[in-house]
Design a protein around this ligand. Structure first.
Ligand code: C5P
Length: 398
């Protein structure tokens, strides 16, 4: 993504980890401007961030103005997203109390950009009701918190207080940015299926497909960041759990069916992004099949069609399917839209240059009953997730 990210770094040992985050934000294409507190400079040299971001690092309120006039105003206005990692108890307390006494606190007070705060502190400090109250106050005002995680802290304590991993912060920041300005999904209960399924042949072998789970994970994370209550039923994938989703991990199509039908009972929307295996071995061999035993053919049986089952007892639920096709994309997608009784189907071509498997981008056409197909240019799965959810939310409010 493009745009300006202001990254605030406050004084804690986790400030070192913020350099990784800065580098990841730069790699995403963001123009990153770091503001450090005086205490942060005791842990990491400003030069580290200056080198990683190729931008000057600001610390002092009253330094000679250079590129930026009245720095706290110009950085505040330039920011498309404002991230503070690590955020100390002191910083959170100051912001919650309206204190602006250094460059970072004045700038965050002046900004209108979405604000993401990643706390890191001793677990006793984090558990302190004053800190918890301050976090609640800021959350209610729209500040987004990520982490902290539990583990061994630098002070030797074990508990909650460790800075969220930079990958997790980055993922959350990207979701917050992509969701900004879009309608809230608060009050909506969404179930998303994602990833492939694995159908075991014997204890060491299985049938699966190329699904990475990225599209489904993007939809789940996008819905959660916009306030929906999300259950993500996931097949085996190598992706971090999206922030704020209830995870149900499954392996086989049958397990995915049971988990999805169960979660769907309370859902307003089901998005079936999973590439469910269509066939499973008719029987499972408890012992490893020897190649000498003539592994010539494998008898298969159909797996349950989860989405079709939901479509046959649809009720008030909005159902969204995906159609990955190598041929006749639109006619196949249209057939699935009506045969599975769906409100929307997202069709994408598979194979060649366009293959969506494992990619971060996707080119799709969205079909809804009685409406002309809507074809999108290639876009990131993250942004596409929000486009899909915008249309889902419009259907829900009809
Ligand atoms: O496999 P097919 O092309 O029919 O998939 C279309 C849609 O149906 C997808 O959204 C997929 O997640 C869903 N599906 C399912 N259960 C299956 C097969 C597909 O929910 N067994």
């Amino acid at each position: 993504m493009t745009g300006t990210c202001v990254l605030g770094v406050t004084g804690g040992i986790a400030a070192a980890k913020a350099s990784l985050l800065a580098s990841m934000l730069v790699k995403q294409g963001l123009d990153v401007h770091v503001i450090m507190t005086e205490a942060a400079c005791e842990f990491v040299a400003p030069l580290t961030f200056r080198t990683l971001t190729a931008n000057p690092v600001s610390v002092d309120m009253f330094a000679e103005p250079g590129e930026w006039n009245v720095k706290h105003v110009s950085l505040a206005e330039a920011a498309d997203v404002f991230v503070v990692a690590p955020a100390t108890a002191n910083f959170i307390g100051k912001v919650a109390s309206g204190i602006a006494d250094d460059l970072l606190t004045t700038t965050i007070m002046a900004t209108r950009a979405p604000r993401v705060i990643a706390p890191a502190m001793n677990s006793g400090m984090y558990a302190n009701p004053i800190v918890q109250r301050n976090i609640e106050t800021l959350s209610a005002l729209g500040y987004r918190f990520i982490g902290p995680e539990s583990g061994r802290l630098a002070c030797g304590d074990v508990g909650a207080g460790r800075l969220a991993e930079p990958e997790r912060i980055l993922d959350f920041v990207l979701h917050v940015c992509a969701g900004t300005g879009r309608p809230s999904l608060a009050g909506l209960r969404v179930v998303v299926t994602a990833g492939p399924t694995r159908e075991p042949i014997d204890p060491v072998r299985f049938i699966t497909n190329r699904s990475s789970g990225k599209m489904g994970y993007a939809i789940a994370g996008a819905a959660a960041v916009r306030g929906a209550k999300v259950t993500l039923v996931s097949g085996p994938v190598f992706l971090p759990a999206p922030e704020g989703c209830e995870m149900v991990r499954v392996e086989t199509a049958c397990q995915m069916r049971d988990a999805t039908i169960d979660a769907a009972q309370e859902a307003d929307v089901v998005v079936a992004a999973a590439a469910v295996a269509d066939y499973m071995p008719a029987s499972f061999s408890e012992s490893k099949i020897k190649k000498s035993s003539g592994f010539g053919s494998l008898e298969l049986s159909r797996t349950p069609d989860i989405l079709a089952e939901l479509g046959s007892a649809k009720g008030e639920r909005v159902l969204v399917g995906f159609a990955a096709e190598t041929d006749d994309l639109l006619s196949n997608a249209e057939r699935k839209l009506s045969s599975k009784n769906l409100d929307m189907i997202v069709a994408n071509m598979v194979g060649g240059e366009d293959s969506p498997f494992g990619a971060d981008h996707n080119t799709v056409t969205i079909l809804c009953p009685g409406a002309p197909p809507e074809t999108f240019p290639a876009m990131s799965k993250l942004v596409l997730a929000h486009e899909i959810l915008d249309r889902v939310s419009a259907i829900c409010h009809h």
